[in-house]
Design a protein around this ligand. Structure first.
Ligand SMILES: N[C@@H](CCC(=O)N[C@@H](CS)C(=O)NCC(=O)O)C(=O)O
Length: 227
């Protein structure tokens, strides 16, 4: 299998969505090759019929969108460790995934997005700035000025996830499941793009994130963090 991921300068892989898929593949114990793609390079991924990563290619099959990739892996590898823990778990995971996309990432992204400019390859910088400054109608530097007010808001809205990791080591319980990987995608993105501490040191989610970084022989720690 091949996993297409966003690639920045020095081969940095910072896409929050690609991290979800990478962790899902590791969870399933599957062999895969990682293919880095520049943000503005739409030609390399034109075979997929759309413009975003991650993309999973499995023989003749191409799957786009990180949630669909997770479902595909679960359905095609039912005997490997489950990503969802059954049908009810799949529905809960979908809720969680959707909560992150619609509520969590939109609050954090504008606060830290300026950090991505330090990782962008030169040919991707105009694409990134143009897309998000157009969307938010502010420069990335202006958006970063909202950090002081925005981070406490971000921390407060994580309450449902915090509740779960107070009760067990992982959101999935004793072991991580896909909801762990979906939220991990947010924090590992933050760790790579910015040295800003997005969680207080005594937040139970901070200890959970350290546990997540240890998974699969420290896969997350192998990716350089921002300094
Ligand atoms: N819903 C999609 C979102 C994918 C997405 O937004 N990917 C970003 C990288 S984090 C991307 O490919 N951006 C390229 C661009 O903006 O042109 C998923 O879950 O995979």
């Amino acid at each position: 299998m091949k996993l297409y991921e966003l690639r920045g300068k020095d081969d940095v892989r910072f896409s929050t969505f690609a991290w979800r898929s990478r962790m899902a593949l590791l969870h399933k114990g599957l062999d895969f090759e990682r293919v880095g793609v520049g943000m503005a390079d739409k030609e390399t991924i034109s075979f997929s019929g759309q413009k975003l990563v991650p993309i999973l290619v499995d023989g003749e099959t191409t799957v786009t969108d990180s949630w669909r990739i997770a479902e595909y892996l679960e359905d095609t590898h039912p005997d490997a460790p489950s990503l969802f823990g059954g049908d009810t778990g799949r529905r809960f995971a979908r809720f969680f995934n959707s909560w992150i996309d619609s509520q969590v990432m939109p609050v954090l992204f504008p606060l830290l997005a300026v950090g991505v400019t330090t990782l962008n390859a030169p040919e991707d910088e105009a694409h990134f700035r143009g897309k998000f400054e157009g969307l938010f109608k502010k420069t990335l530097e202006e958006l970063a000025e909202g950090r002081e007010a925005g981070l406490p808001k971000f921390q407060r809205l994580l309450a449902p996830a915090r509740d779960l990791v107070k009760a067990a080591p992982f959101i999935g319980g004793a072991m991580p499941l896909y909801p762990d990987y979906a939220l991990y995608g947010v924090f590992i993105w933050a760790r790579i793009v910015s040295s800003t501490q997005v969680l207080k040191a005594d937040d139970p989610l901070a200890a959970w994130f350290e546990r997540m970084l240890d998974l699969y022989e420290g896969e997350g720690r192998r990716q350089r963090a921002a300094v």
